[in-house]
Design a protein around this ligand. Structure first.
Ligand SMILES: Cc1cc2nc3c(=O)[nH]c(=O)nc-3n(C[C@H](O)[C@H](O)[C@H](O)COP(=O)(O)OP(=O)(O)OC[C@H]3O[C@@H](n4cnc5c(N)ncnc54)[C@H](O)[C@@H]3O)c2cc1C
Length: 302
């Protein structure tokens, strides 16, 4: 019987695993290595790790695990979690299964992009989704903004501190009266024609070709995709989603199912930041340790 299974090895799952290993808990971290930030060259804003490659961030974490004997890691995908009397039964894609007292779901989110041709060719290299993550890198540059118009307007206002040279592309969507008013008030430039093609080289945006024939030079931009849960494991166990799209839980990630916790973007989709996900993983791990202690379960390396 494993003390805790952590599903997902992004910052939330990694930090949860570290805290549990240091608490002498028998912990298995299962990760399918499909994190959405894999496509970016550098992550920013995590103190002591500013500019780190996502793969390097994970590699450092795994190196740190090696000194804690109760941590096991597995590159695999959890396909089923069944509630049992004293915990859960976990099954993976590679046909492994084990019993576990607690589970932390740290499975993250995935993006649903607006229907813009070849946007993915530039996502993570010159088109980003969070000014706090990549605004500094494109400061004072001519930028494009795409996505759900209300969110884009919000991003545009914040982004002006990084660059004043902004164009909002609605990709054929008409503005509502209030959106048009907001745009006028904030003196923002808008292009409403549908987008024919994004043009650039090796992930670096250069121009945007519109259906009306106009070509607009832009070197990068921001998109506001819809963020949805990457895994259905939580909802299949009966956990409903909250208003942000995360799984319902208390402030430390405890769900209504005894022994099931959520962390990172599986818990709160916003703000989407590595350091916030990592902190939430640490909180969930401490809550797991407290629950195990109250149940009279001692650390497994004793
Ligand atoms: C392009 C881009 C750039 C970004 N840049 C920054 C930045 O500079 N700074 C910053 O702070 N934030 C940045 N972010 C946001 C940051 O990546 C996320 O906020 C953070 O990774 C969320 O952490 P998480 O642990 O909740 O989920 P994730 O990091 O998404 O990790 C979830 C993990 O769970 C695994 N998983 C899912 N389902 C299963 C399953 N069934 N079984 C096993 N494993 C599973 C996935 O493979 C994945 O590895 C960026 C995001 C993107 C998309």
């Amino acid at each position: 019987m494993i003390d805790c299974t952590v599903v997902g090895g992004g910052p939330a799952g990694l930090n949860a695993t570290l805290v549990l290993g240091r608490a002498r808990r028998n912990v298995v971290l299962v990760d399918s290595d499909e994190a959405r930030n894999k496509i970016t060259d550098a992550s920013h804003g995590f103190i002591t790790r500013d500019g780190v490659k996502p793969a390097e961030f994970r590699a450092i974490a795994h190196q740190e695990f090696s000194q804690y004997p109760t941590i096991q890691t597995l590159k695999d995908k959890v396909v089923e979690i069944t509630k049992e009397k004293n915990g859960f039964l976990v099954k993976t894609e590679m046909k492994k299964q084990w019993a576990t007292r607690k589970v932390i779901l740290a499975t993250g989110v995935k993006e649903k992009f607006p229907n813009i041709p070849n946007l993915r060719d530039f996502y993570g290299t010159s088109i980003f989704n969070c000014p706090y993550c990549d605004g500094w890198e494109v400061r004072d540059q001519p930028l494009a903004l795409f996505g759900i118009i209300d969110y884009t307007l919000h991003t545009a206002k914040i982004l002006r501190n990084w660059s004043q040279n902004l164009v909002i592309f609605t990709n054929g969507e008409e503005l509502t009266k209030s959106q048009a008013k907001e745009i006028q008030k904030n003196e923002l430039r808008v292009e409403t024609s549908p987008i024919r093609l994004l043009i650039g080289k090796e992930g670096k945006l250069q121009k945007i070709e519109l259906e009306n024939g106009n070509i607009i030079e832009r070197v990068g931009g921001f998109v506001t995709p819809e963020l949805v849960q990457a895994s259905e494991l939580g909802t299949r166990l009966g956990i409903k989603l909250n208003d942000t799209g995360g799984h319902h839980s208390d402030e430390v990630g405890k769900t209504k199912i005894h022994g099931l916790f959520v962390a990172g973007e599986a818990s709160n989709v916003y703000p989407a930041q590595l350091i916030i996900a990592a902190a939430s993983g640490a909180e969930a791990a401490m809550a797991v340790n407290v629950e195990l202690t109250h149940e009279g379960i001692l650390g497994s390396d004793k």
